[in-house]
Write a protein that binds this ligand. Structure first.
Ligand code: MRU
Length: 364
């Protein structure tokens, strides 16, 4: 991804330092680029829990490297250290399935390796593969998604308007993103588009991260309040909704940032196509009923009761928005049932959001 004129991934190993992982601390964006170094599984867990890093693919890759860091410091039983680290990392955020999936993959590689030096090497290589595969999947999603946008653009015969929610961008994955990848690819192909970016309260991943990413890549965009999407769709101002997913069931129900479901309902009411872009790694093949079965993260009420931004002298400051004594509920995600999803865009192709549609991608 292009940030401040340079290409970055959202996570990488510092090859000059001993067993050190670097991430972009996203709490400082869009104001400053702060690189954080992670040296232990505890550092990694804190970075995930406190959302220095966030987004389904990125927290998966971070968990994979967290297990590697644990194995690096393990004594004679790297398998046990990997397992314990995997459990701790998976518990940091419950909704995205990539955390468990990635930690399990590294644990399996460690178990298969045997002695501690081979285990360290195996964990390092597996974590690297997970990160590389994540970026490659997002790139492929971009190509499939851009074909859809090309069709919409041809039919419209004018610049098209896409609405997106939260940040399913390069910053939420290792590179390219899911919802943003088709946008970047379409822009590269010369398709004229404009993006409506939901600000995405309470943490404002839309106005802080998606708007920042799009701006860095020269994509025309407008930030809207989370409540504006229905109005825009009612007035024919949205050609498609394109969002990501933190966990998708085998039947095509999609958990994504809180507020996504309302966008899907509005899109359905106004016949606006609603696309979800996701890597196959984020499908939970065990689940069939997303509304009942996907665990929804609840976070601190302080995130709702206050807001953080930059002061004119460059400091990050948090101010309270609500009366002292008022309480808040902070649900991180909601589930959009498959019937409201026009299609899923994966790295293996576009499919119907249903058990039948997803069947060709099932590992078993
Ligand atoms: O809470 P976050 O920021 O980790 O939430 C993840 C998201 O950004 C979204 O739900 C996103 O649209 C899908 S995950 C890439």
């Amino acid at each position: 991804m292009l940030l401040f004129g340079r290409h970055y991934r959202s996570i990488w190993v510092d090859e000059q330092a001993l067993e050190t992982v670097c991430v972009i601390d996203q709490r400082h964006l869009p104001y400053r680029l702060v690189i954080e170094t992670l040296r232990t599984e505890e550092d990694t867990a804190a970075a995930i829990r406190d959302m220095h890093v966030r987004g389904a693919g990125l927290i998966g890759a971070a968990a994979a490297y967290g297990v590697w860091l644990a194995v690096c410091r393990a004594g004679s039983d790297p398998g046990q250290a990997a397992q314990a680290a995997g459990r701790m990392l998976a518990a940091t955020r419950p909704t995205a399935v990539n955390l468990t999936w990635a930690a399990d993959r590294v644990c399996a590689a460690v178990r298969a390796a045997g002695d501690p030096p081979s285990a360290r090497q195996a964990a390092y290589l597996e974590a690297g593969r997970i990160a590389d595969e994540d970026a490659a999947s997002c790139r492929a999603i971009g190509r499939f998604g851009a074909d859809i946008l090309a069709g919409i653009s041809r039919r419209a015969g004018r610049p098209i308007n896409i609405l997106t929610h939260c940040n399913a961008g390069s910053l939420a994955f290792v590179d390219y993103g899911t919802a943003t990848a088709p946008i970047y690819e379409a822009h590269r192909r010369g398709i004229r588009l404009h993006i409506y970016v939901d600000e995405t309260r309470p943490l404002n991943q839309g106005s802080k991260l998606t708007a920042f990413e799009l701006g860095q890549n020269g994509i025309p965009h407008t930030i809207i309040t989370d409540n504006a999407g229905g109005h825009l769709m009612q007035h024919g101002l949205v050609d498609a909704v394109l969002v990501g997913s933190d966990r998708t069931t085998r039947t095509g129900d999609v958990a994504n940032k809180i507020g996504t479901y309302l966008k899907a309902l509005a899109a359905h009411a106004h016949h606006v196509p609603f696309y979800v872009a996701l890597p196959i790694s984020s499908i939970d093949w065990q689940l069939t009923d997303g509304v009942r079965e996907i665990p929804i993260e609840t976070r601190s009420e302080d995130e709702v009761l206050s807001i953080t931004g930059q002061t004119s002298d460059g400091r990050l400051e948090t101010v309270r928005l609500a009366p002292q004594g008022s309480r808040a509920a902070n649900y991180g995600f909601d589930v959009t049932p498959a019937r409201y999803v026009t299609a899923l865009i994966t790295e293996k192709g576009v499919c119907e959001a249903s058990e039948t549609g997803l069947k060709p991608f099932r590992p078993d």
